[in-house]
Design a protein around this ligand. Structure first.
Ligand SMILES: Cc1ncc(COP(=O)(O)O)c(C=O)c1O
Length: 416
């Protein structure tokens, strides 16, 4: 059971917005940071700031130890076999781009196929479009079942012996459904394809075991799971990282350089050219410690409880269209909806006037918007520091917004 006092660990959650205590419900975009992560970043700059992997000075060794401890903690967090499976990047976007240009560019041949789903974030679509374009390959899209999850019958049809890469989100940033990535990974491997998992929305919310999934690659961002911005993770199986080429070149990643040639370090260092985001990695470590203290299974349970409360109450309000299943079980902390007759941006602006912070737009998922037949939606997304009271404030504000626009509409109606 997550105690409501957990909120006090997050200084920003005390702030006001438009004269109201803020309720932050845009966690799928980015999470807030606990004091322990903020303190760790300050502490690093106050006491240990030095470059890593370079010096023999005391603080350089300390900084390197802390940076490498962050790698080990990240490996344990997703049950990776070794810290050598963990490459630090800038974000999920960067991790996916590196897989596309460092790995896929070397294996994709004309006529090959890459399989994704209609529910991917643009950062798991556009890099694959580029690979397909460069190599005259085909990008295929798996459709969704009524519950918002991947349609497994369609996945089985689309993944064939021509498929070289399957890249799929574990949790959709719009639908919230948890996809059966372990089953999809098995199908991909039966056809000799490589399985890439976009874990941007799952790593912050559910326990992840890369070995159980048998993922070849998996990507996520620190900022969505209490960590700082600018730090991301690329997990790869040892053999995949050995096959993958560095995307950036320079200091740190080399073994030996002559005037005309260079040899590289083994993974993960061969991918981390230049001075890495040392503070970001150390901040991510503090974030992982915090999450582990609460427990990922408990976080998942809490997210589900809030989502159920939210959907049950939303269903009582006429004119609310919830996308995906109306069973809360298939919305892991994410509810995407529209209010009939009100533009999503107006809904979000109205909620903001009441201190409720949500997201409206296409959520970087235009193919999905097209698939569900809308241009944009409103999205509320919960995290473990949200409470039942936050859900109730949101519902009350939603009713107020609806009422406001209904009155506006009445007043605007011509009186003949
Ligand atoms: C499912 C999914 N994939 C990828 C991303 C990209 O993450 P980032 O912007 O941190 O690179 C996001 C961000 O919202 C996401 O939700």
């Amino acid at each position: 059971m997550i105690k409501s006092e957990v909120k006090t660990d997050f200084p920003i959650l005390k702030r006001m917005v438009n004269g109201e205590p803020m309720v932050y419900l845009d966690n799928a975009a980015t999470s807030q940071k606990p004091q322990s992560v903020i303190d760790k970043l300050t502490d690093y700059y106050v006491s240990t700031n030095a470059n890593v992997h370079r010096g023999v000075s005391t603080i350089s060794v300390q900084a390197t130890d802390e940076y490498e401890a962050a790698r080990s903690a990240t490996a344990s967090f997703i049950n990776a076999p070794s810290s050598r499976n963990i490459v630090f990047t800038r974000s999920t976007t960067e991790s996916l781009n590196w897989i596309a240009s460092g790995y896929a560019d070397n294996v994709i041949q004309p006529g090959d196929e890459i399989v994704i789903t209609v529910a991917e974030h643009h950062s798991n679509i556009v890099p694959w479009q580029q690979v397909a374009k460069r190599h005259h390959a085909t990008l295929k899209y798996v459709t969704l079942a009524a519950n918002g999850q991947i349609d497994m019958a369609d996945a089985k049809q689309k993944i064939t012996d021509r498929t070289k890469i399957v890249s799929i989100n574990q949790v959709s940033n719009v639908m919230g459904a948890i996809n059966p990535v372990t089953q999809i990974s098995e199908i991909a491997h039966q056809h000799g394809a490589v399985m890439v998992v976009d874990a941007a929305q799952s790593a912050p919310h559910i326990p992840i075991d890369v070995q159980a999934i048998d993922a070849d690659f998996l990507a996520f961002s620190g900022h969505k799971m209490l960590g700082p911005t600018g730090i991301g993770v690329l997990y790869g199986k040892a053999e995949r990282l050995a096959e993958m080429q560095p995307v950036q070149f320079g200091g740190e990643m080399i073994d030996m350089v002559t005037q005309q040639t260079a040899t590289f370090q083994p993974a993960p260092l061969k991918f981390e050219a230049g001075t890495p985001n040392i503070a970001g990695a150390i901040g991510l470590h503090a974030a992982i410690d915090y999450l582990n203290q609460i427990g990922m299974a408990e976080i998942h349970r809490h997210d589900q409880e809030l989502t159920k409360r939210c959907i049950d109450k939303m269903k009582q309000i006429p004119g609310i269209i919830i996308y995906g299943d109306d069973d809360p079980v298939n919305h892991n902390g994410v509810v995407t909806f529209n209010v009939a007759g009100i533009h999503p941006h107006d809904v979000a602006t109205g909620l903001d006037m009441e201190g409720i912070e949500v997201r409206a737009g296409h959520h970087c998922a235009q193919p999905l918007m097209n698939y569900i037949g809308v241009e944009s939606t409103v999205r509320v997304s919960f995290y473990f520091y949200n409470s039942n009271a936050d859900v109730d404030r949101f519902i009350k504000a939603l009713e107020t917004v609806k009422e406001f626009f209904a009155n506006e509409f009445d007043e605007a109606e011509p009186t003949i």
